[in-house]
Design a binder for this molecule. Structure first.
Ligand SMILES: *[C@@H]1O[C@H](CO)[C@@H](O)[C@H](O)[C@H]1NC(C)=O
Ligand SMILES: *[C@@H]1O[C@H](CO)[C@@H](O)[C@H](O)[C@H]1NC(C)=O
Ligand SMILES: *[C@@H]1O[C@H](CO)[C@@H](O)[C@H](O)[C@H]1NC(C)=O
Ligand SMILES: *[C@@H]1O[C@H](CO)[C@@H](O)[C@H](O)[C@H]1NC(C)=O
Ligand SMILES: *[C@@H]1O[C@H](CO)[C@@H](O)[C@H](O)[C@H]1NC(C)=O
Ligand SMILES: *[C@@H]1O[C@H](CO)[C@@H](O)[C@H](O)[C@H]1NC(C)=O
Ligand SMILES: *[C@@H]1O[C@H](CO)[C@@H](O)[C@H](O)[C@H]1NC(C)=O
Ligand SMILES: *[C@@H]1O[C@H](CO)[C@@H](O)[C@H](O)[C@H]1NC(C)=O
Ligand SMILES: *[C@@H]1O[C@H](CO)[C@@H](O)[C@H](O)[C@H]1NC(C)=O
Length: 434
C-alpha cells in the first residue's frame, strides 16, 4: 500500500444497517496444508481453494495487529466470517523478530505501545487495549499478541496468510523509504531471512490455521541498495523461500513482483532474470524454474492492483492490459506461458465512501476478471483506524489515531463503514469465486 492510498478523513460517515452475506466459512484447518497443482491452489482433499481475504496490518510502529484499543481480538476476528471471508493477510515487521533475537526490553505491550505513541497517549491506548483484552497484561509480548490472534483465527475457522510487509516497522510503502529493496537502509537481507526462519517455525508449531507466507510486500526501486533487477530478486527471494520451506515444508510461499508488485510476467514467461550492467550483477542471469526447488509445489505468485488512474477503460481493455502483467501464469493455452502458477491478488481496494465503487470501471472489471479467471484475492483492508502512522517527508510526519477511509470497518471498529460499498464490491468478489 503506497502512501497515496491512505486517506485521512475528518468527518465520519453515518453507518446504516448492514445485511451480512451468509457465511460460507468452515473450519479450515482440516483442509490444510495447501499446495499447488498447475494454476490452482488445492487443499488437502485435492479441492481448489481460493483465498477470499482482507488485510489486517500488524507491521506498524507498535508491531501488534491494529484495532485492539477499540475491540477485543475475538471481536475483530469475528469480522472475517461476518464478511464471508475465509482468510486474512496478517502483516508483520522483521523488526519484531530482530527484537526477539536481541532480547530487547521493548517487546512488552507496555513498552511497545508507549514507545510508539509516547507518554501520555501511549498509556491511554495501552489501558484501552488491556480493558478490551483482559487476557493481556502490560508484560504480554508482541509475539504473544500474535499468538492470541492466531489462536482466535483458528477458533473462528480463518486461514492465516502471514505477510512480511516491511523490515523497519512503519507504514508501507514509499520509494526510498529504506524498506523497499534488498540492502536498502533498513532492509538487511540476512535479518530478513533469519526473521522468516524464526517466524515460519514458530507459526508451524503454534498457529493452527497458518497456511502461507508472503515473502516481501511491494518490492520497489531504491536509490541506495543492491542493484534493482530480476537477478537480485531471484537470488534473495529463492533463498528466503528455502528458509521458509526448511522451517515449515507445508506453507505456501507467495512471490511478489517489482515496482510495488504491479508486474511479475517474467516468471510465468520463464524469461532470463538479468543483472544490471555496470553493477555487481552485470552479466548475471537466472531462470526461475519451479522444478529446481524443493518447494516447487508451494509457489504462488502475488500481484497488487489499485485504481490510481481512476480508470474508465472498458473491461476488455482493462483485463487485457492487466493480463500482460503476470496472469499468463493461469493460462495453459497461452503459447508464451512457460510455467503455470496460481496467482493471488493480495491487495486491491478503494475508498469505502459509498460512491467510489461506481465512479470508475475498476470495481466492475475486477469482479469480471475474478469471475472469468478464478483467482484468490485480499482486499485492502479491515482497519478503520491506526494506532499511528509515520509518513516520512510529509507534514505532519506522524499521526496518531489516523482514520482509514479505505477500511471495511468504521473508526471505532464497531460497524461496517459503508454497507453499500461492501454489497457492491466485497460481496460480489466473493460471489465471483463460486
Ligand atoms: C538473548 O537471550 C538468550 C537467552 O537468554 C541468550 O542465549 C542470547 O545470547 C541473548 N542474546 C543477546 C543478543 O543478548
Ligand atoms: C526501545 O524503544 C525506544 C523508544 O521507541 C527506543 O528509543 C530504543 O532504542 C529501543 N531500544 C531497543 C533496545 O530497541
Ligand atoms: C534478459 O535479457 C535477455 C537477453 O537480452 C532478454 O531476452 C530478456 O527479456 C531479459 N529479461 C527480462 C526479464 O527483461
Ligand atoms: C549489457 O551488457 C551486455 C553484454 O555486455 C550487452 O549485450 C547489453 O547490450 C548491455 N545492456 C545494456 C542495457 O546496456
Ligand atoms: C489464453 O491464451 C489463449 C491463447 O493465446 C488466448 O486465446 C486466450 O485469450 C488467453 N486467455 C485469456 C484469459 O487471456
Ligand atoms: C468518494 O471518494 C471519491 C474519490 O475521492 C469522491 O470523488 C467522491 O465524491 C466521494 N464520495 C462521497 C460520498 O464523498
Ligand atoms: C454504476 O452503476 C450503474 C447502475 O448500476 C451502472 O449502470 C453503471 O455501469 C455503473 N458504473 C460503473 C462505472 O461501474
Ligand atoms: C495525543 O492524543 C491527542 C488526542 O487524541 C492528539 O490530539 C495528540 O496529537 C496526540 N499526541 C501526539 C504526540 O500525537
Ligand atoms: C468512538 O467511540 C467513542 C466512545 O464510544 C465515541 O466517543 C466517539 O465519538 C467514537 N468516534 C467515532 C469517530 O465514531
Amino acid at each position: 500500500m503506497v502512501y497515496a492510498r491512505s486517506i485521512a478523513i475528518s468527518s465520519l460517515l453515518s453507518v446504516c444497517t448492514f445485511a451480512l452475506p451468509s457465511s460460507n466459512v468452515n473450519r479450515r484447518d482440516s483442509l490444510l496444508p495447501l499446495s499447488t497443482s498447475g494454476r490452482d491452489i488445492v487443499d488437502s482433499n485435492g479441492d481448489i481453494f481460493h483465498y477470499a481475504a482482507t488485510n489486517w496490518p500488524g507491521h506498524q510502529e507498535a508491531m501488534i495487529p491494529e484495532g485492539l484499543q477499540h475491540a477485543s481480538v475475538e471481536e475483530i476476528v469475528s469480522w472475517f466470517p461476518k464478511f464471508g471471508l475465509n482468510s486474512v493477510r496478517l502483516t508483520f515487521a522483521i523488526e519484531m523478530i530482530d527484537d526477539i533475537y536481541s532480547n530487547s526490553t521493548n517487546q512488552t505491550l507496555e513498552k511497545t505501545v508507549i514507545g510508539a505513541l509516547g507518554e501520555p497517549n501511549g498509556t491511554i491506548v495501552l489501558d484501552q487495549i488491556l480493558a478490551n483484552n483482559p487476557a493481556f497484561t502490560k508484560q504480554t509480548t508482541r509475539l504473544e499478541v500474535f499468538d492470541a490472534v492466531a489462536n482466535e483465527l483458528a477458533k473462528q475457522g480463518v486461514v492465516l496468510h502471514l505477510d512480511n510487509h516491511v523490515s523497519k516497522a512503519f507504514w508501507c510503502c514509499g520509494e526510498n523509504d529504506g524498506n523497499g529493496w534488498f540492502g536498502e537502509k533498513y532492509f538487511n537481507v540476512d535479518n530478513w531471512i533469519r526473521g522468516w526462519s524464526y517466524i515460519a517455525k514458530h507459526a508451524k508449531e503454534n498457529w493452527p490455521t497458518f497456511a502461507s507466507v508472503g515473502l516481501r510486500n511491494e518490492l520497489r526501486n531504491a536509490a541506495e541498495s543492491e542493484p534493482v533487477d530480476w537477478y537480485t530478486w531471484y537470488v534473495h527471494m529463492t533463498a528466503a523461500a528455502k528458509a521458509v520451506h526448511e522451517a515449515d515444508s507445508d506453507a505456501l510461499i507467495f512471490f511478489s513482483g517489482l515496482s510495488f508488485d504491479t508486474f511479475i510476467d517474467p516468471i510465468p514467461l520463464g524469461k532470463a532474470l538479468n543483472g544490471t550492467n555496470g553493477t555487481s550483477t552485470a552479466g548475471k542471469s537466472a531462470v526461475f524454474n519451479p522444478s529446481d526447488f524443493a518447494f516447487k509445489d508451494k509457489i504462488v505468485l502475488e500481484i497488487h492492483k489499485y485504481d490510481f488512474e481512476a480508470t474508465q477503460d472498458d473491461c476488455p481493455t482493462f483485463k487485457s492490459q492487466w493480463y500482460e502483467k503476470g496472469f499468463q501464469a493461469l493460462n495453459a493455452s497461452d503459447p508464451n506461458t512457460r510455467f503455470l502458477f496460481p496467482m493471488v491478488l493480495s491487495e486491491w481496494g478503494f475508498i469505502q465512501n459509498g460512491t467510489y465503487w461506481n465512479q470508475t470501471t475498476y470495481n466492475k472489471c475486477l469482479i469480471e476478471m475474478v469471475e472469468d479467471w478464478k483467482f484468490g484475492w485480499m482486499q485492502w483492508e479491515l482497519s478503520g483506524s491506526f494506532y499511528l502512522q509515520t509518513r516520512p517527508g510529509r507534514t505532519p510526519a506522524t499521526i496518531q489515531g489516523l482514520e482509514e477511509a479505505w477500511g471495511l470497518v468504521d473508526y471505532n471498529w464497531t460497524t461496517v463503514r459503508s454497507p453499500i460499498t461492501v454489497e457492491n464490491s466485497l460481496d460480489k468478489m466473493i460471489a465471483a469465486l463460486k
